[in-house]
Design a protein around this ligand. Sequence first.
Ligand code: ARG
Length: 460
Amino acid sequence: KEAKLWGGRFEEGVTDAVERFTESISFDKALYKHDIMGSRAHASMLANQGLISFSDRDTILEGLDQIEKRIVKGEFVWRTDREDVHMNIEAALTDLIGEPAKKLHTARSRNDQVSTDFRLWCRDAIDTIVARIKHLQVALVSLAKKNSGVIVPGYTHLQRAQPVLLQHHLLAYVEMLERDAGRLQDCRVRLNFCPLGACALAGTGLPIDRFMTSDALGFTAPMRNSMDAVSDRDFVLELLSANSITAMHLSRLGEEWVLWASEEFGFITPSDSVSTGSSIMPQKKNPDPMELVRGKSARVLGDLVTLQVLCKGLPLAYNRDLQEDKEPVFDSVKTIIGMLEVSAEFAQNITYNRDRIQKSLPAGHLDATTLADYLVHKGIPFRTSHDIVGRAVALCVYKNCELQDLSLEELRSINEVFDDGVYDYLGVQNSIKKFSSYGSTGSECVAAQLDFWISNLKLN
Ligand code: ARG
């Protein structure tokens, strides 16, 4: 058996079970690119500071290049007895170039190394997720563009409330996604500080230049406190919180599309390319992708909870528990990317069943609130208007008809104030025309929203 990099003070090696239990190479090899990036910056800094020679630096850099190529080609052998990605790469470098490799870990610990790697990895992950969010926004805006003028029932409590433009409904999700991207970008700003040089926890007496490595790795500045630098994972928690909120939004979208694809609603038909069948019921066509978007939001939230619980009892500074931070993050990022991708594909493959939607609109007295507003125009206090319209609705329920079917006589029997102009407020088509407040579902407001997104997402 090969001696451990940290083996000096030990008289015997670890048991197989301990080796298997403590390794992280099976998953943290995903950090290899960022680990090598960090080592390059660190080696260059060591040479600049006179801590290693320039020729050793060059040998190290060439060795790292070779190792990276081998990893990319799938030729690199990851060894469990070398524990994690940091020691695998360092030991392989030693195998490859000998003595100079032994100088690379000068003024560095795996504690600052892993925190650096992980920040770099999360930074890239954020950029990928934000791009996917934009992609989904584009798909939703395109779907809205294709469906101009379509009125759908708006719901509260899943009971019919007021008519809204379908475009308005879709753009609501685009707004949520914009904040989701914003949260990730905020998190990126806060995480972009460099732990490298914090060493194990206390910093070092060697003359390193932390500003140089920080710059080289694209960080804003080195972290001010070495103990904070190696021990906190709040940047991961922020990323996972942001993901869990995005996942919650996508889950709501998924739930709605599943509902709208049901026979009972029948508002949308997803194309075959985004549907799946049943192994027993030949007629079935199920919206599985969006059910799974809803379902997978559970693991994204679970990943956040895992990390919160992992961190909450840890004294300063580094604790090995922190090795458990990787898998939930990898899982959360991979899952959210898949969810965003599939939601965009679903959006690209939905047809709104305009006839069916249109036929359903008379039900539920969607124009009742507009009728109350009519009475307000007539000078009636709103609370009284509410009561008058409530009585008109009760009459409709009794007669099994719509508000617009009531005769002027019937309306006037409830209150004298009604005149012929009332019919201009009744029916879904009329009702929707009355909305005019900023942010409302009125057609001008919605057109302005759509224009905003078309230019914001550079769709024109
Ligand atoms: N594999 C470890 C992790 O992911 C690297 C840091 C180990 N540090 C240590 N002192 N054992 O956290």
